[in-house]
Design a protein around this ligand. Structure first.
Ligand code: TYD
Length: 213
């Protein structure tokens, strides 16, 4: 049995990534590929509860390192209970945000050291990593404004535009470090236009993978 592939969606708040998960799943399903959609922080009942500790203001906000540890506690639960079993059974996993979010938000945003995050990443994930990551590129000020206007802003969305610029730089550093894993698509040009761009890349990547295996 071939293991499934792990595909992640990343981008700043309001960059338009979440609306692409359904179309990607449908695209893969139409090619006979079993796929589950999930998200982080979250993806299991316990991890979803931890998500609200990370993102809501109540009852108390975690300080930065506590926030990082909560992110990884939720991730470990999600990894062991959902992601790894799916991949091992040949199902592909499409995850709305994953470890690059941690480098961007807790690393670049909160200012926590990258090596601290890398240590936790190795500890929690072992040697497995995403096969492919779509990064939704969008002007930070515009995306931030869009996220804030959607209603209740989470703890990250309440941060300043300058803070979100740092998060964006954190993502850029990840992309530069691993250009072969990332595919950058334009996030705010309209859902259909973004999808058309993404689908072309996905088609090409599927061909490469089918040759490689
Ligand atoms: P998001 O995925 O955009 O969900 P929604 O569409 O409900 O706003 O929000 C999740 C938030 O969690 C986002 O602000 C980024 C943050 N986050 C981290 O800070 N670190 C992480 O490791 C992850 C996965 C997310």
């Amino acid at each position: 049995m071939k293991p499934g592939r792990l595909i992640t969606l990343e981008g700043g708040d309001g960059a338009g990534k979440s609306s692409q998960a359904g179309p990607i799943r449908d695209f893969l399903s139409a090619r006979g590929i079993p796929v589950v959609i999930t998200r982080e922080p979250g993806g299991t009942p316990l991890a979803e509860a931890i998500r609200s500790w990370i993102l809501d203001d109540v009852p108390e906000s975690p300080e930065p390192l506590a926030e990082l540890l909560l992110v990884f506690a939720a991730r470990r639960q999600h990894w062991v209970r959902v992601i790894e079993p799916a991949l091992d059974s040949g199902t592909w996993v499409l995850c709305d945000r994953f470890v690059d979010s941690t480098y961007a938000y807790q690393g670049a945003g909160r200012g926590l050291p990258r090596d601290q995050i890398a240590t936790l990443e190795n500890w929690v994930l072992g040697s497995r990593r995403p096969d492919l990551t779509f990064f939704f590129e969008a002007p930070v000020a515009l995306a931030h404004q869009r996220a804030e206007s959607r209603g209740h802003a989470n703890r990250m969305e309440q941060e300043s535009t300058a803070w979100h610029e740092r998060v964006h730089q954190g993502y850029r550093a990840r992309i530069e470090a691993e250009p072969e894993r990332f595919i950058v698509v334009q996030g705010l040009g309209g859902v259909t236009r973004t999808w058309n761009e993404l689908a072309r890349h996905l088609e090409r990547r599927l061909k490469e993978w089918s040759k490689a295996r």
